[in-house]
Design a protein around this ligand. Structure first.
Ligand SMILES: C[S@@+](CC[C@H](N)C(=O)[O-])C[C@H]1O[C@@H](n2cnc3c(N)ncnc32)[C@H](O)[C@@H]1O
Length: 193
């Protein structure tokens, strides 16, 4: 966990990867309960709120990033989570979003634990939407803020979510925060168990 580093950069860092709002609107009814896992300062929760979604919760392990989010968006529900675990019973959320979170989790074993935890709290037939930077040749590096980053291969990310039924899996050209070209996986899956 890189929580200390996240806390130390919480007021300086900005994020830019975008969820797929077009497909999201097609697939996700407005009354759905939505969890934004690793919500940062509430950027995506704010987008969803502006689209008319009302039942949105954001959790993030960095207390300082959550504090920033709560100051910026007092109308949103953003809470600190203590570790990778989601403090809710199983079958709780209709929809879970993961946006640029696994990119910042270098350990593959922790990535797997996060996905299992998401599966646990997602209702049967619930939807997971994952948007993550990726690279055809996996890349491990430190961001300019000192965060350990991992751009996994698209195949690795696909395998990671293979317990869900794939609805869509695309790899798109995106820009990093520094304006560099990069790839990102845009995935929707269904909890069919
Ligand atoms: C690159 S930021 C993306 C934030 C947000 N999803 C966005 O796109 O605006 C990654 C976030 O994941 C959080 N994070 C990392 N590991 C986490 C974990 N195991 N559980 C919850 N949040 C985590 C970090 O604190 C950080 O705020």
């Amino acid at each position: 966990m890189q929580n200390k580093t996240w806390n130390s950069v919480a007021d300086k860092v900005n994020f830019n990867l975008e969820i797929d709002t077009g497909k999201f609107l097609q697939l996700i009814p407005k009354e759905n309960s939505i969890l934004d896992y690793g919500c940062g300062y509430g950027r995506t929760c704010e987008v969803l709120s502006s689209l008319g979604y009302k039942n949105i919760l954001g959790v993030d392990t960095s207390a300082k990033i959550i504090k920033r989010g709560n100051l910026k968006h007092p109308h949103l529900s953003l809470f600190q989570s203590k570790n990778y675990k989601i403090n809710y019973p199983e079958n709780h959320f209709n929809t879970i979003i993961l946006c640029a979170v696994l990119t910042c989790v270098p350990e593959d074993s922790l990535k797997r634990k996060i996905i299992s935890e998401i599966k646990r709290v997602l209702v049967p037939c619930g939807i997971i939407h994952m948007v993550e930077f990726c690279s055809n040749t996996e890349k491990r590096f430190k961001s300019s803020f000192g965060i350990d980053m991992h751009h996994s291969s698209p195949n690795f990310l696909r395998e990671l979510v293979s317990e869900f039924s794939e609805l869509t899996f695309d790899v798109n050209q995106v820009k990093t925060l520094k304006g560099q070209n990069a790839l990102a996986v845009n995935y929707f899956g269904k909890n069919d168990t």
